[in-house]
Design a protein around this ligand. Structure first.
Ligand SMILES: Cc1cc2nc3c(=O)[nH]c(=O)nc-3n(C[C@H](O)[C@H](O)[C@H](O)COP(=O)(O)OP(=O)(O)OC[C@H]3O[C@@H](n4cnc5c(N)ncnc54)[C@H](O)[C@@H]3O)c2cc1C
Length: 474
């Protein structure tokens, strides 16, 4: 039995994937060395960043679209669950095979097929790491804007399937904005091609958009054509402290009248500041009860001018200890504070229930104030930080893994926070997706008729319900 914070404990499922005939056929498709069945070897593929384990019966590593087609045909013939996996660093259990079956590891499908800087696109396989793709295209004077903080571990396939965001989302948007076309193997083993290589393409329904954020439930992405942008000349970061979180969050809307759209606007609350200082001693002001980090990009001239205006606006709106990076190294040091949050928070508990609610950015002050009250009501410590510029706040309810009562109270906090976000005009996830962790809350955000359409779409793509079962809908 595997214990679970988010899910009732259940025994490891045994499906037709364990049938020796099926395992033999899988070995014939991808080669014996690319099929794992040994419990020790499959165990790591049973979890993701949620840190709960539901090991699959086998892990299979295809290296081509043709092999993927064969696997899906086999899964339909014998009817067993198939869960695609990228880097396995999702925060909602999307890649976790909770109903057993096989996991398809995309690690061997990690090639860049073509970089075309003239036409501003790159064609790649799903198993390439986000960071590796970014490095490769930047050598050609172009860049791929989506930048989840997990970019050194996450894969492009996982980013597309989760429609991942990141620090640069306020200006550049989530992954979906950069997906021009996809090759997808459907649950029944057909190959479909969506979109194309051009920004403009309005032929038929937008299946590319539908695949973005589909969490491995509609098909397996085997190739992606992604939009690139010209590399910007430079960036600059400004950091300011505030006496209250509310004051810090109120500044978020003040840059628009000045004609500035910052690339990143991150906020850090007093609990995070305290935790970071204890762990890393960055020398943050003792009076700082909230911090804003704001980054701009563009030409040298534009960036210098905008950074100066941002400093002024921060100062006029309660910001103090305002620092502007003078060099790339300085800039990295300012961002080190942001990167230090997650590990530092573990001082407040052995279990961090990390949510990623999103509201219109003008509602962020109200969201964080009310989330504090929810934490107090249930006696759960709460720390907030995140992508305030696009209204996406990481609300962290801290409890202890061994303390069932604190976990139950934290789950009540989660439920109330989701209701609050929806009431404020937002929703329950800005970038982490639903997976199995947030599946029980889908109807907070999506009404019944809309949910029924989604379920109908799932049926069209996956009539036998074999692709990533147990996710999104419960
Ligand atoms: C420290 C940390 C920081 C993070 N920061 C961010 C952040 O800033 N922004 C953000 O958006 N997220 C963030 N995340 C969450 C996570 O990294 C993202 O959701 C990321 O996109 C997951 O990528 P992955 O390759 O690990 O996908 P996985 O976790 O392996 O899979 C995620 C989903 O994609 C599906 N999938 C994977 N490959 C394919 C494929 N080829 N075809 C179809 N479906 C597929 C899986 O079935 C699953 O449903 C963070 C996570 C951690 C641990």
């Amino acid at each position: 039995m595997y214990s679970s914070i988010h899910f009732n404990a259940k025994p490891r499922a045994i499906t037709n994937a364990s049938n020796p005939e099926v395992l033999e056929k899988l070995r014939q498709i991808v080669g014996a060395e690319n099929v794992l069945v040994d419990p020790d070897k499959v165990e790591p593929y049973g979890g993701d960043a949620v840190k709960e384990k539901f090991p699959p019966e086998a892990v299979v590593f295809p290296e081509s679209t043709a092999q993927m087609v064969e696997i899906m045909k086999l899964a339909n013939e014998y009817v067993f669950p198939v869960t695609a996996r990228g880097g396995g660093v999702g925060y909602t259990g999307g890649a976790v095979p909770i109903d057993g079956g096989i996991v398809i590891g995309t690690d061997r499908m990690n090639k860049i097929v073509q970089i075309n800087a003239d036409d501003l696109y790159v064609v790649c396989q799903p198993g390439i790491r986000t960071f590796d793709l970014q490095q490769a295209v930047e050598k050609h004077g172009v860049f791929f804007p989506p930048d989840p903080a997990s970019y050194k571990d996450s894969y492009i396939g996982g980013n597309i399937a989760e429609n991942a965001g990141g620090m640069r989302t306020p200006k550049y948007g989530n992954t979906k904005r950069y997906v021009l076309g996809l090759e997808v193997v459907t649950a029944t083993g057909e190959i479909i091609r969506t979109g194309g290589k051009t920004e403009k393409n309005v032929v038929g329904f937008d299946l590319t958009g539908l695949m973005c954020g589909s969490e491995g439930m509609l098909g397996i992405i085997t190739e992606a054509t992604l939009k690139l942008l010209p590399l910007t000349e430079t960036t600059s970061t400004v950091r300011a402290s505030f006496k209250t979180m509310e004051e810090a969050c109120k500044v978020l809307t003040k840059f628009t009248p000045a004609g500035i759209l910052p690339m990143a606007m991150e906020v850090i609350d007093k609990h995070c500041i305290e935790a970071i200082e204890q762990n890393y001693a960055f020398g943050l002001s003792k009076d700082a009860k909230a911090i804003l980090l704001i980054a701009v990009d563009g030409s040298n001239e534009e960036v210098a001018k905008n950074a100066e205006t941002i400093e002024r606006i921060l100062g006029e709106n309660g910001g103090f200890d305002i620092l502007r990076a003078k060099s790339k190294e300085d800039e990295d040091k300012l961002w080190d504070v942001r990167r230090a949050i997650s590990p530092s928070l573990m001082k407040f508990g052995t279990l961090k229930i990390n949510e990623d609610v999103v509201v219109p950015r003008s509602k962020v002050p109200e969201l964080v104030a009310k989330v504090e009250q929810i934490g107090k009501k249930y006696n759960i410590f709460v720390a907030n930080f995140g992508h305030a510029g696009d209204g996406n706040i990481h609300v962290n309810f801290m409890c202890n893994r061994e303390d069932a009562d604190s976990i139950a109270r934290a789950r009540l906090c989660v439920s109330e926070t989701f209701q609050l976000s929806v009431a404020l005009g937002g929703t329950i996830s800005g970038e982490h997706g639903i997976g199995y962790v947030k599946a029980p809350y889908m109807d907070y955000a999506i009404d019944k008729p809309t949910l029924e359409i989604m379920k109908g779409i799932k049926k069209v793509f996956d009539p036998n319900g074999i692709l990533n079962p147990g996710k999104m809908f419960v």
